[in-house]
Design a protein around this ligand. Structure first.
Ligand code: ADP
Length: 170
């Protein structure tokens, strides 16, 4: 049985096996939760992301896909990077956003993570409405989560985002 819960707080402080980064396709860091993760993880994370860019993802990580790295100084064991759709660039298909959650879970299960925490992917700089993110995210992870995942947690930074998730996941 997979438990799904929501908490208000800082994703980088979560004691889970893996946290999911709302990265951009360069994988080389950015603002928002991406910046917070790299700041807390330290240079080892950026180094690993650079290596991925030199090997598997020469053109960057495509929207909706996911890839795992170590977690540097973070309390978790892995960071799973995914790239959310950017509303401001016309990436408004909910299926793209659902892919982020589903593929991050698959990658997590593949590396042996049993607990995974997500931010509200695309709800920041990428401009998606938080209610839409909450709806798509919860639907995506509820559909058919890998059986080895015990805990899926949504970590919402603001009260407003937390309330939006609470409305769809009481
Ligand atoms: P995107 O580019 O995918 O929109 P952002 O990082 O800009 O990603 O925002 C995604 C969400 O992450 C936003 O709701 C933002 O408030 C939230 N966020 C920012 N910092 C943190 C953090 N340390 N922990 C959890 N959520 C965070």
């Amino acid at each position: 049985m997979t438990t799904i819960d929501i908490v208000q707080g800082d994703l980088t402080k979560q004691s889970v096996d893996a946290i999911v980064n709302a990265a951009n396709s360069t994988l080389l860091g950015g603002g928002g939760v991406d910046g917070a993760i790299h700041a807390a993880a330290g240079p080892a994370l950026l180094e690993e992301c650079r290596r991925l860019r030199q090997t598997t993802f020469k053109d960057g990580l495509p929207v909706g896909q996911a890839v795992a790295t170590g977690a540097g100084n973070l309390p978790c064991r892995w960071v799973i990077h995914t790239v959310g759709p950017n509303w401001h660039r016309g990436q408004t298909d909910p299926a793209l956003l659902a892919d982020c959650f589903v593929n991050a879970l698959l990658v997590g299960a593949g590396i042996g993570a049993r607990s995974i925490a997500f931010p509200a992917i695309s709800a920041g700089v990428y401009g998606w409405d938080i209610d839409e993110v909450a709806r798509v995210a919860t639907q995506a992870v509820r559909a058919d989560p890998p059986v080895t995942i015990d805990l899926i947690r949504f970590v919402l930074f603001s009260v407003r985002d937390f309330e939006a998730f609470k409305r769809v996941l009481p």
